[in-house]
Write a protein that binds this ligand. Structure first.
Ligand code: FES
Ligand code: MG
Length: 567
C-alpha cells in the first residue's frame, strides 16, 4: 500500500469499513479527546515505547516520546504512543536474553495488529534495542530507531568511571581487599548518575551504534547523552522524518540489506563493541532473510582496524565520543571500508549523511593509518572444543594470554562456580584455564552473562588480574579480560565443553583462531557418549516454548519460527 493520499494509508483499512467497526474506532479516538481533524488525512505513527521504571536505562523514554510526538505533529502525522515489554538488565531473572525474542514478538504483533502507518522505536538498555529492531523488521512498515542515549560519565573522587566496567574493576579490588566496604558504598552513588544506558562501549552502546550504522536511526543517535537537549531535538527530528518515510514508503526491508549488515559488522569491529551484538545481528539478519554466519564476522574483523578508544577496551566514555564527533565522525574515518550507497532513514545514502561529519579528537577516534589495533575487536574461534565457534573480545583481553596453554579447572554450572571459586583448597594456579558449562541458551537457561568468571580470591590476593576463562555463556559488553564465550554447541546439547575434565589441557590461539581440547578425539567421543542431558528448566509456559524453539548462538538465538520464511 502506498502512503501518499488519505485513502492509501495502511491505517485506513481500520477506519474506512462499512460495518460498525470503523465508526467504533473513531468513537474510541474521540474518547481519548481526539477530534477527526487530529487524524483524518494523516498517517498514524506508532511510538513503540519500552519505557519502564523496572528498566532504569529506559526510565526517561516517556519524555523522549513527547519530543517524537511534537515532530510527528509538525510533519502532519498523528502520533500514538504504546507500551511494549521492557527488558531491564539489572532486574530481570534469570536473564534478559531469555526474553529478547518474546519482546520482539510483542513489538511485531503490536505493530501489525494495529492501524499504524509507521513507527518510532524507543529503547536503550541492552536487549531492548535488538528486540525493537527484530520486531520492526518482521512487521516491515516504515520505522526509525531512537535510543535513549548514554548516561553522563561517572565520577568518584575525581576519577571518571564507566558503568559498569568500573563496577567490575572495583569489585575485583574489593575482593582483593585493596578498597574498603566504605569506598565500595560511596562508589555506588557515583557511577550511574543520570538517565540513560551504560556509557561504556557495552551492549547498549554497541547496539545504538549498530542501529545507526545499519541506517535505521538518524545520524548522531548513538552517542548524544541521554540528558543533552540535543537528544530531544533528535527525537523531534525523528518524529518528522518518520512521516516522510511513510510518504516515501521506505521500509526496513529496503534498508536492512547485506551491504547494511556489512557496514554494521565493520562498525562493530571498529568500535570494539560487545560480543552480544554478534548474536543480535545474526538474529536480525534472519528476520529479513539474510543468512549471516560467524565466518562473515571473522572475515571483516581481519580487515577492519579497531579505532575507538572507549572502555572497556580503551580509555574514554560515550559522552567523550559525542564531543569527538560521534558515530558520523567514526564512519567518515572508516568510509573506505563501508558501502556508502546503502540507504538510510534519512532517505539518503550513508555516504550523503556523512558529508558534514567531522572528527574533533583523533586520540579517541583513531585514523585508519594509526589504529589502536590492526584488527577488529572480536575474533571467532574454532577447534575441537568449539566446533560451532566461540568468541573472544581480543581488544579487552590480556595480550600475553592470547596464545596460551593451560590445565582445565572445571565448574559444572554457575552455582558450582560460586560455591567453590573462593575455596582456599581449590586446586588452581594462575596459568590454569577456568571452564564453566551449563550456561548456554538451553543450559542457563537463556545464555546468561556469566562468562566473566570471577578470579579465585587466593589468586587475586597474589596479584593475578586475568586468566583464560571459557564458557557457553555470554559476557556483558561492559566486561573485560581474556574471556571466551558463546562456546557452540553448548554443553547442555552435548557439545565438547561437556567432555572436559579437570586437568585436561586446553590450548587457546587467538591469532590462529583456534581453541582446542588437547584430548584424543576418540576419548572426547567416548566421554560424550556417556553424557546425560540435564533435566529441562521449564515444563510449561514461555520457558518451555523457548527451549523448544531457540537456536544456538551461531544462529543468533532467535526462535526457529521467527526467521523469515525461506531464510
Ligand atoms: Fe541497561 Fe547497562 S544496564 S544498558
Ligand atoms: Mg550489559
Amino acid at each position: 500500500m502506498s502512503g501518499n493520499g488519505n485513502g492509501a494509508y495502511r491505517s485506513r483499512a481500520w477506519f474506512d469499513t462499512p460495518e460498525l467497526y470503523g465508526w467504533l474506532r473513531r468513537a474510541a479516538f474521540k474518547a481519548e479527546g481526539f477530534g477527526e481533524t487530529a487524524y483524518e488525512g494523516r498517517p498514524i505513527i506508532g511510538i513503540c515505547n519500552s519505557w519502564s521504571e523496572l528498566t532504569h536505562c529506559n526510565a526517561h523514554l516517556r519524555q523522549v516520546a513527547e519530543s517524537v510526538k511534537r515532530g510527528v505533529w509538525q510533519a502532519g502525522g498523528f502520533p500514538l504512543e504504546f507500551p511494549v515489554m521492557s527488558l531491564g538488565e539489572y532486574n530481570m531473572r534469570p536473564t534478559t536474553m531469555l526474553f529478547r525474542n518474546l519482546m520482539s514478538m510483542d513489538v511485531e504483533e503490536s505493530i501489525t495488529a494495529n492501524p499504524l502507518d509507521g513507527v518510532v522505536l524507543l529503547g536503550g538498555c541492552d536487549k531492548t534495542t535488538p528486540a525493537l529492531l527484530m520486531g520492526a523488521a518482521s512487521s516491515d512498515i516504515p520505522a526509525i530507531l531512537v535510543t535513549g542515549g548514554p548516561q553522563l560519565k561517572g565520577n568518584w573522587r575525581g576519577e571518571e568511571l564507566g558503568s559498569c566496567t568500573d563496577c567490575r574493576r572495583y569489585q575485583t579490588e574489593l575482593r582483593a581487599e585493596r578498597i574498603t566496604e566504605e569506598d565500595w558504598a560511596e562508589l555506588q552513588n557515583c557511577i550511574v548518575r543520570s538517565p540513560g544506558h551504560c556509557m561504556v562501549m557495552g551492549t547498549a552502546s554497541s547496539m545504538a551504534a549498530i542501529g545507526e550504522a545499519l541506517g535505521m536511526a538518524l545520524p548522531h543517535n548513538a552517542a548524544i547523552p541521554a540528558v543533552d537537549s540535543r537528544r530531544q531535538q533528535l527525537a523531534e527530528a525523528s518524529g518528522r522524518q518518520i512521516v516522510q518515510l511513510v510518504a516515501d514508503q521506505v521500509r526496513p526491508s529496503h534498508i536492512l540489506t547485506p551491504q547494511a549488515f556489512d557496514n554494521a559488522i565493520r562498525t562493530l569491529h571498529a568500535i570494539g563493541g560487545s560480543t552480544n551484538a554478534i548474536i543480535h545481528l545474526m538474529a536480525l539478519a534472519g528476520r529479513v532473510g539474510i543468512d549471516l554466519d560467524l565466518g562473515r564476522f571473522d572475515d571483516l574483523s581481519r580487515t577492519t582496524p579497531f579505532l575507538l578508544d572507549l572502555k572497556p577496551s580503551g580509555r574514554f566514555l560515550m559522552e567523550d565520543f559525542y564531543y569527538a564527533g560521534g558515530l558520523p565522525a567514526l564512519l567518515k574515518t572508516m568510509a573506505p571500508l563501508l558501502s556508502l550507497d546503502a540507504l538510510t532513514v534519512t532517505g539518503q545514502s550513508l555516504g550523503a549523511n556523512l558529508d558534514t561529519a567531522q572528527c574533533y579528537n583523533s586520540d579517541l577516534i583513531r585514523s585508519l593509518d594509526a589504529p589502536l589495533h590492526d584488527e577488529g575487536g572480536l575474533a571467532v574461534l574454532h577447534g575441537s572444543l568449539v566446533p560451532g565457534g566461540a568468541l573472544i573480545k581480543q581488544t579487552a583481553a590480556s595480550p600475553e594470554l592470547l596464545t596460551h596453554r593451560g590445565r582445565a579447572v572445571v565448574f559444572e554450572d554457575h552455582d558450582d562456580m560460586e560455591q567453590r571459586i573462593d575455596d582456599p583448597n581449590l586446586d588452581v594456579n594462575p596459568e590454569d584455564v577456568l571452564i564453566m558449562r551449563n550456561a548456554g541458551p538451553l543450559g542457563g537457561p537463556g545464555m546468561p552473562e556469566w562468562g566473566f568468571l570471577p578470579l579465585p580470591k587466593k589468586l587475586l590476593q597474589q596479584g593475578v588480574r586475568d586468566m583464560v576463562r571459557i564458557s557457553d555463556a555470554r559476557m556483558s559488553g561492559t566486561a573485560f579480560g581474556t574471556v571466551v564465550v558463546h562456546a557452540t554447541p553448548e554443553s547442555a546439547t552435548g557439545g565438547p565443553l561437556a567432555a572436559v575434565q579437570n586437568g585436561d589441557m586446553i590450548e587457546l590461539d587467538v591469532p590462529g583462531r583456534r581453541l582446542d581440547l588437547l584430548v584424543e578425539p576418540q576419548e572426547i567421543a567416548r566421554r560424550l557418549a556417556e553424557y546425560s542431558h540435564p533435566a529441562p528448566h521449564y515444563r510449561r509456559g514461555y520457558g518451555w516454548l523457548f527451549a523448544q524453539h531457540v537456536l544456538q548462538a551461531d544462529q543468533g538465538c532467535d526462535f526457529d519460527f521467527l526467521r523469515k520464511v525461506g531464510a
